[in-house]
Design a protein around this ligand. Structure first.
Ligand SMILES: [Zn+2]
Length: 716
């Protein structure tokens, strides 16, 4: 079974744990199979809108080059920046602080972008690649990761197997003739993964009880990644359409389908998804403030199965092991009315086509060299990602994606440090202590809300570096497996683990479940009220033991810890209480004032243009921008207590941590699909809110960085 069905959804479906690392890897997450895998890696889900043979838009840099963007040039597109360009902190602070870095760095082969996150990420990756080669490391986890790593790198074996191991299920899907055959595919164990094409389910915490794992039922992900692409296809949707169609046609021909049939099969799948997309939340819906309210539909098993009259919901959930006598959360109950309408004998061919497309695309990374090379070629064609990762790096990315627990445990055994962990805890506490002052001096909230905000702050649990407890991997055994057998085993193990969690209490000691502590990133979890400052980010330029106070405050104070703490009080996090329950603790007036402030920010962000006619979407990115700004506000408060504080050094460090480059497709992806604003704005928008910045660089009315005091956006 393919990885996509199981691993992905667990952390992805909800956005409850928001990865914050600036740009981190958002574009790469969204671009298929690139350098940085994520738990939900593998075949991108997306769909396609209209079926007219849209001329696939290649990732052209033309648009980017010909337009500047306002009020600042998008300096993440390297072609926008030349050595003779004059820079000034008064006009574009991000460019001023990063011009040299931009000119001196390039996006490496196989990557869709490059930033300090990736630079630090690569440092950890290199350590891990060395660990994978080190035969002297003993233990079950080391054996597991080495075994899987060798399977990935054994091209002779992969080439010999070709597509032989995926032929059986492919033929089985092809042989289905009636809707009953489709039901049989979804309920028989060896083919049950196809059910995930029509709806998803997993055990995890809902919104009303952060202590207990319930079953979440949600709409499937789509080939074009965003349901909005099916009503009006954007350049972004066209990139996906082109990439996935070509990739599928290539794979289907390997399986024996004709080129014409494969093309038509793909378009039929897209047609079906076009119908489904009408009952699937768009990215914009998901990033909207009312999303939690919309999806919070708890019900009993009886109520769940009553949602579908025709679709065999009961049979699928029962055979998959997800029937139990507890609470279910259905993110979109009316999705199943739509599913009923297409679950008929007349639609069997369309459903089969959708199954075939996702089935084959799910194996893009696990077949022979020819397939791997084809995927790289198409990524270059459609996403502008040039070159290929070294095999060793490709393999590591897969290892850490499929065996995250084992890889993390082996890494910690070698590089974990109790001293660093303690140091990080202390730094977090120092930021929280300053934050308390900031909240207590807030001028617009009522006493009641201010006091509760402080209570929530004081309830934040600090998770530093790495957890002491991970899930048990002792039963995993990949001995004698082929690559696909190994991945199938791992996917089933993941599924079995997830089933074992249904109805169970959450084990908070295993706090890294759902993300990887080797990633260069940081997280706030609203349902646990925790900040997670992980070892993957604990290196240059974000942290080192010999940083100056200014650098430390810019990094830990503003950029990192301050940012994560602020997520507890952004427009998403503020909907959860001190214990992580989805509960309104606001007075009506305070909420109205908070909303007014966020709306003002949204309006401002909406007016920023990245390139062409592509402007920022304030509603998508305001939570991250609130976190950036409030983090900076907190750090400036820390700075105000230091005699002779060097603000130039502080602001420069802050801007430099945001330095990044991206290919056009990744910029577009981040602009349209991500809650993180483009990095240049993550420097320029936060700094221009604070008087210290104006004083340090003598910014005056008329300068490009200037915002009139009444236009400034302070949330807290
Ligand atoms: Zn964040």
């Amino acid at each position: 079974m393919k990885k996509k069905s199981v691993l992905p959804i667990l952390s992805a479906a909800f956005l409850l744990t928001a990865g914050c690392g600036a740009q981190e890897t958002p574009p790469q997450q969204n671009i298929p199979d690139t350098a940085e895998p994520t738990a939900e890696a593998e075949a991108p889900t997306g769909e396609t809108a209209p079926t007219e043979a849209a001329e696939p838009t290649e990732a052209s840099e033309e648009d980017a080059v010909t337009t500047g963007g306002t009020p600042w040039i998008n300096s993440e597109l390297k072609e926008n920046i030349t050595a003779d360009m004059a820079t000034s902190p008064k006009d574009d602070f991000h460019l001023y602080a990063n011009k040299e870095w931009i000119l001196n760095n390039d996006i490496p082969d196989g990557y869709s972008g490059w930033s300090h996150y990736q630079e630090r990420g690569y440092e950890v990756k290199q350590q891990c690649m060395d660990l994978l080669k080190d035969e002297s490391i003993e233990g079950h986890d080391a054996d597991l990761i080495r075994t899987y790593n060798s399977l990935l790198l054994d091209w002779d074996a992969r080439n010999e197997k070709g597509v032989s191991e995926i032929q059986d299920l492919y033929d089985k899907i092809l042989a289905a003739e009636s809707i009953d055959d489709i039901s049989a595919l979804m309920t028989e164990k060896e083919s049950s993964e196809v059910a995930y094409n029509l709806f998803g389910f997993y055990a995890g915490t809902g919104l009303n009880d952060p202590e207990t794992n319930i079953v979440i039922i949600y709409e499937p992900s789509l080939l074009l990644t965003d349901s909005a692409e099916y009503s009006e296809r954007s350049d972004y949707g066209n990139m996906y359409y082109g990439y996935e169609k070509d990739m599928f046609v290539f794979l289907a021909q390997k399986m024996g389908m004709s080129e014409a049939d494969a093309e038509s099969c793909f378009d039929t799948a897209i047609d079906l998804e076009t119908v489904m997309s009408e009952k699937i939340y768009s990215t914009e819906d998901q990033l909207n403030e009312d999303y939690y309210d919309k999806i919070n539909n708890e019900m009993s098993y009886e109520d769940v199965i009553a949602l579908a009259e025709v679709f065999p919901l009961d049979d699928v959930l029962t055979s998959a092991g997800y029937k139990y006598n507890g609470t279910y959360l259905v993110t979109r109950p009316d999705y199943f009315e739509m599913l009923d309408s297409i679950y008929t004998d007349e639609h069997v061919e369309e459903i089969k086509d959708l199954f075939l497309v996702n089935y084959l695309l799910g194996y893009t990374r696990s077949l022979d060299r020819e397939t791997y090379d084809k995927a790289n070629e198409l990524r270059s064609t459609y996403f502008g990602v040039n070159g290929t990762l070294p095999d060793e790096e490709m393999a590591y990315n897969q290892v850490t994606s499929m065996l995250p627990t084992s890889m993390q445990k082996v890494y910690i055994a070698k590089y974990g440090s109790e001293e660093d962990k303690k140091k990080m805890e202390e730094l977090c506490q120092q930021v929280i202590d300053t934050y308390r002052e900031l909240l207590s001096e807030n001028e617009w909230a009522s006493d009641e809300v201010r006091e509760y905000a402080i209570e929530k702050l004081d309830h934040i649990t600090i998770h530093a570096a790495y957890p002491d407890k991970f899930r048990d991997t002792s039963k995993l055994d990949l001995t004698g497996c082929s690559l696909i057998e190994a991945e199938t085993k791992l996917a089933w193990a993941e599924l079995d683990y997830n089933i074992s969690q249904i109805g169970k209490k959450v084990d908070h000691e295993m706090w890294a479940e759902g993300f990887n502590i080797l990633d260069c990133n940081a997280f706030y979890s609203p349902t646990e009220n925790t900040i997670n400052m992980i070892i993957g980010m604990m290196g240059e330029p974000f942290y080192s033991s010999d940083m100056s106070t200014e650098e430390l405050y810019a990094s830990i104070g503003a950029f990192w810890v301050g940012h994560e703490v602020s997520h507890a009080f952004d427009s998403g996090g503020a909907q959860f209480d001190a214990e992580g329950y989805f509960r309104d603790w606001w007075t009506e007036e305070d909420k109205a004032e908070f909303d007014r402030r966020v709306a003002k920010m949204d309006d401002y962000l909406d007016g920023i243009v990245a390139f062409g006619d592509k402007h920022f979407i304030g509603g998508n990115i305001d939570t991250e921008m609130v976190a950036d700004m409030t983090g900076l506000q907190c750090a400036l408060r820390m700075a105000s207590k230091v005699d002779g504080f060097d603000y130039d050094r502080f602001f420069t460090k802050y801007a430099q941590m945001n330095a990044s480059l991206g290919v056009y497709s990744s910029e577009l992806s981040q602009l349209m699909q991500d809650e993180h604003p483009l990095d240049y704005s993550r420097t320029n928008v936060p700094v221009q809110q604070f008087e210290e910045f104006y004083e340090t660089y003598d910014v005056q009315e008329g300068d490009n960085m200037y915002l009139a005091p009444e236009d400034r956006l302070i949330i807290w």
